[in-house]
Design a protein around this ligand. Structure first.
Ligand SMILES: [Fe+2]
Ligand SMILES: [Fe+2]
Length: 342
C-alpha cells in the first residue's frame, strides 16, 4: 500500500491510517498517574507529536524501535493551537517502505525541476553533446535515479532530488557565465559537463533509512565513476577521442583541486567555469544551511573553519528565511481552506 497521507496535509478532526517513521519514543506519566507513550512521528513533509494514552501491553514501549516504520491509526486533534496525533494503534509494518516518502525532499517542485532539466537538454544544439546527453537522459532507469538522488550526505542538497536541484543550479550559473564570455566559451560543452558532472552520485549514494555511501562510492567516488560512464558512452556512440577527453576531464576536475578529491586540475576554460559554478552552488546552499542551523541571537554564526574561514553574517539570509516561512504558512492556510470546500 503506497503512503497516501502526509503530515503537512493533516487537519484537525481527521482520522488517519498510514505508515510513519518513528524517530523518538518516551514513556510518560500523566496527571492521573497513568502511563502513556509520547512519540515523534515523521514523514518527508514534517513531524508530529503522537500521544498514545492507553498502553495495550507491558512490553509495548520496549517493543517500539526508533528508526523503524509503523502502521498507525489515530485521530488528529488541536492542542493549544498545534496539531497533535492521538494514536489508537501502532503496529510494525510488513510493507517494503519507499524511503523517499520518509526522507526530506528538495523544497523545490520536482515536476517543475524536471521541466527545467528538459529545457536545458533541448537547448544544447552541438551534435556530439546532444548524442551524449540523450544517451544518458533517454535511458529511463538512469533518468529515474537521477531525479531521485541526493547530491550529498551532509552540507548541501542532502535530500531526495538534491542532485537534480544542484545540477540545475550549476547549469544556470554556468549558462550565465557562458553568456558573458560567449565568444570564447563553448556553451554547449560547458552545459553538457554541468549536466553530467555529478551523475555518478546515482551510484555513489543509496537511500536506506537515510543517505548512505555505496561500496563503489567509498572505493572509487563519483568523479572517477562519472568520467568512466562518460568514456564508455562516448565509445559506444563512436564520438571522437578529443570530445571524450574534454567531457571526461570536466567531470574529473570539477572539484578544482587535488586535495578536494579531483584527480585532475581544470585545464580548459569550460572545466574551470564548471568548477567555479559547482563551488558557487555548494557554498550558497551551505551558507544558508549554516545560518538556518544557528539558533543563537548573535548577528553572526560561529566561526566556520572548514569552508568559509570566518563567522557568517546572518541578517540577509534570516530575512529571506522568515519571508519564505510566512509564504509557506499563507499557502498552507489557503490549501487547508480549499480542502474544506472540496
Ligand atoms: Fe561533485
Ligand atoms: Fe556538483
Amino acid at each position: 500500500m503506497p503512503k497516501t497521507k502526509f503530515i503537512k496535509d493533516f487537519l484537525s478532526g481527521e482520522k488517519i491510517n498510514d505508515i510513519f517513521l518513528l524517530t523518538h519514543k518516551q514513556l510518560c506519566v500523566g496527571k492521573n498517574d497513568n502511563q502513556y507513550l509520547s512519540l515523534k512521528l515523521v514523514d518527508k513533509t514534517g513531524e508530529i507529536d503522537g500521544k498514545k494514552w492507553n498502553i495495550s501491553s507491558e512490553n509495548e514501549f520496549d517493543d517500539l524501535v526508533e528508526g523503524k516504520y509503523y502502521n498507525i491509526t489515530g485521530l488528529v486533534n488541536d492542542y493549544n493551537g498545534n496539531l497533535q496525533f492521538r494514536v489508537d494503534s501502532i503496529a510494525k509494518t510488513s510493507e517494503n517502505c519507499n524511503c523517499a516518502d520518509f526522507l526530506a525532499s528538495s523544497p523545490k517542485d520536482i515536476n517543475d525541476m524536471k521541466k527545467k532539466l528538459n529545457n536545458i537538454i533541448v537547448s544544447v544544439k552541438d551534435e556530439n553533446c546532444k548524442k551524449l546527453l540523450h544517451y544518458f537522459f533517454d535511458n529511463q532507469s538512469f533518468y529515474n535515479k537521477f531525479i531521485e538522488a541526493p547530491a550529498a550526505m551532509t552540507f548541501h542538497h542532502a535530500y531526495v532530488a538534491g542532485l537534480l536541484e544542484h545540477t540545475l543550479d550549476v547549469c544556470n550559473v554556468a549558462d550565465k557565465v557562458a553568456s558573458v564570455y560567449y565568444e570564447i566559451i563553448k556553451r554547449d560543452v560547458l552545459i553538457t559537463g554541468a549536466l553530467l558532472h555529478d551523475m555518478a552520485k546515482i551510484r555513489e549514494y543509496k537511500i536506506k533509512s537515510g543517505i548512505e555511501f555505496t561500496n563503489e562510492g567509498h572505493f572509487i567516488g563519483h568523479l572517477v565513476m562519472g568520467a568512466s560512464m562518460a568514456m564508455e558512452a562516448c565509445k559506444e556512440l563512436g564520438l571522437d577521442e578529443e570530445f571524450c577527453g574534454i567531457i571526461s576531464h570536466m567531470i574529473l576536475s570539477h572539484h578544482g583541486k587535488l586535495e578536494y578529491g579531483s584527480p585532475k586540475v581544470p585545464c580548459t576554460l569550460e572545466a574551470m567555469v564548471l568548477h567555479l559554478a559547482d563551488e558557487i552552488s555548494f557554498k550558497v546552499h551551505y551558507f544558508v544551511n549554516l545560518v538556518q542551523g544557528d539558533k543563537s541571537d548573535d548577528a553572526f554564526t560561529k566561526n566556520n573553519k572548514t569552508n568559509f574561514e570566518t563567522r557568517l553574517y546572518k541578517g540577509f539570509v534570516n530575512e529571506y528565511l522568515k519571508k519564505k516561512e510566512e509564504e509557506e504558512t499563507e499557502q498552507k492556510i489557503t490549501d487547508d481552506f480549499l480542502k474544506m470546500w472540496q
